[in-house]
Design a protein around this ligand. Sequence first.
Ligand SMILES: *Cc1c(COP(=O)(O)O)cnc(C)c1O
Length: 503
Amino acid sequence: MKYKSTRTKNSPPLESSEVILKGIADDGGLFVPETIPKVTPDEIKSLIDKNYIGRAVPILKKFLTDFTEDELFESCELAYDWFDVPSKVPLTILIQDEQHKDSPVGVMELYHGNTSAFKDMALQLLPQLMTRALKKVGETKEILILVATSGDTGKAALAGFADVPQTKIMVFYPADGVSKIQKLQMVTQAGKNVNVTAVKGNFDDCQNGVKKIFADENIRAELEKSNVKLSSANSINWGRLVPQICYYFASYAEFVKSGAIKLGANVNIAVPTGNFGNILAAYYAKRMGLPVKKLICASNVNHILTDFFKTGIYDRNRDFYKTITPSMDILISSNLERLLYHETGGDTERVKNFMQELNSTGKYKIDTPLKKKLDKIFYADYATEEETLEAIKLVFGTYKYLIDTHTAVAMSVVEKYRKNTGDMLPVLLASTASPFKFTGAVLSALGESTEKIDELAQLDRLSLITNKDIPRNLASLATAKVLHENICNKDEMADCVLKFAAQ
Ligand SMILES: *Cc1c(COP(=O)(O)O)cnc(C)c1O
C-alpha cells in the first residue's frame, strides 16, 4: 500500500513508514492511501474469537504493508499494555427495554488508556510505529516531537513517547490555561526523554511559538548539530488515524460475540466529533466493508460540521463558544480534507481549491452531486449544553451507566436521529472520555453543586455518589511526584528546545 497527497495529482507514492514520519505532505496536503483495502465477511467473522490486539493487527496490516506482522503485534502489545482493562476497549450494551431489544446501543469505551481519553488509542501506538519506521527508512537521528497543548493532547503524547527509543518529546502548555488535573497529569510524567515546560501566556502563544520553531531554518540547522530532527504527532498524521480504524472492526466483532447483533447485520455508528479524525476512521471502516449504514456526526454548539452536512457550505466565519465538551470546540476540522478527497474520486485540484478558499475567505461550498453523496453516508446534528447534561442524567437514571460530556453529545444526537428518521438499527457509539475526566460538568448533570470543591475532591465525590472507581491514572495524581517545574517566556521557547535537544 502506497500513500499520496490530497492536493497534488501524481504526487510521488510513499510507504506508510515514510508518511508516518513526515506527518504532512510537502504541498500542505494530507496523506491518503492509494486505494481503500477491503475486508471480507469471512475476515470479519474470524475476528470474533480474538482479543483486541488479535483483531487490530489484521486491519493495521492492510494499511501498513511495509511493517511485518511481528512488528505490528509487538507495537500493539507495548502500546496497550498499560490499559486498565484486559479487553482494552470494552463494549457496554444498553437496551432500553424488551420492546427495544433489536435496537441496542453498544458503547465503545475508548478511554481505558493512560490519560482516560480516546486519544490514547492512537497516541500510544504512534510512537511505536515511528521508532520502527525510523529503522526502516535508515534514519539515525533522534526525532524530537514538539507539542503545544491546551491540556489533554499534551499528556496523551507524553505518555505515548516516554522512553521510546530514538525519540524525545517536549510539551509546552499555557501556565494559567490548563486545569489543575491536566497540569498534574503533565508535570508528574516520568521518562528519560521527556520535557514539560509552562509558557507565560495563553494557548495561542504556545501554538504560535511551536509553529515558529518548526518554520525556522536556523533552529533546524542548530538541531542538526545535536543530531536531532523535529517532528509532530498531530491528529492529521496517518499513524494516528489507522489505529482508530481498528476499534470499529473490533467493537463490531464484540457486538456480534455478545449476541446483541447477528454477524453481517447493519449498524449505525455515532461519534462525538471535533477534528473529524475519529469519524473519518469509521468512514474508512465502512468503505472497507464493515456493515455500516449511517455515520452519525455529533457536534456541540460549535456546530460547523452539522451546518456543512446540512447545507454543503463550510463556513468558519462565526462565533466560537467554550463548552463543557472542550475537545470538540473546533472550527477547523482538518481531517475533512481526506473525506473530500475520497468522495470526489481523488480530485486533487478540487480539494486544493476548497482548502485555498477556506484559507483565504474562511469558507467553501461543495456542489449538489457531491453533497448528495455525503447525504447517503452521513447524518449530522448537534446537542446544546442543556441537552448534553440531560443525556448524562437520563443515561445514569435509566441504566446506572455513567458517561462523560462528549459521549453525552453523541447519545443526545442518536436520540434525535432515531426520532427524526425512525431508523432504529443497532448503534455503535464512540465513548471518548472517562466521566472522571470532566467531573465538574458530570456532577452538575447529576444535580450536585461543585462550587468551592477542589478538582481532586470532585473525583472522590463523583466516585462516592455513583459507586464507580476513579481510573487509576487520575486517582494517583494526588500523591504523584512533581518532576517538571520549568517555566519560560513565550520568546524563550526556541532556547528551551535547543537546550533540551542538546541534553
Ligand atoms: C479529541 C476528542 C474528540 C474529538 O475527536 P476528533 O477525532 O477530533 O473528531 C472527542 N472527544 C474527546 C474526549 C476528545 O478528546
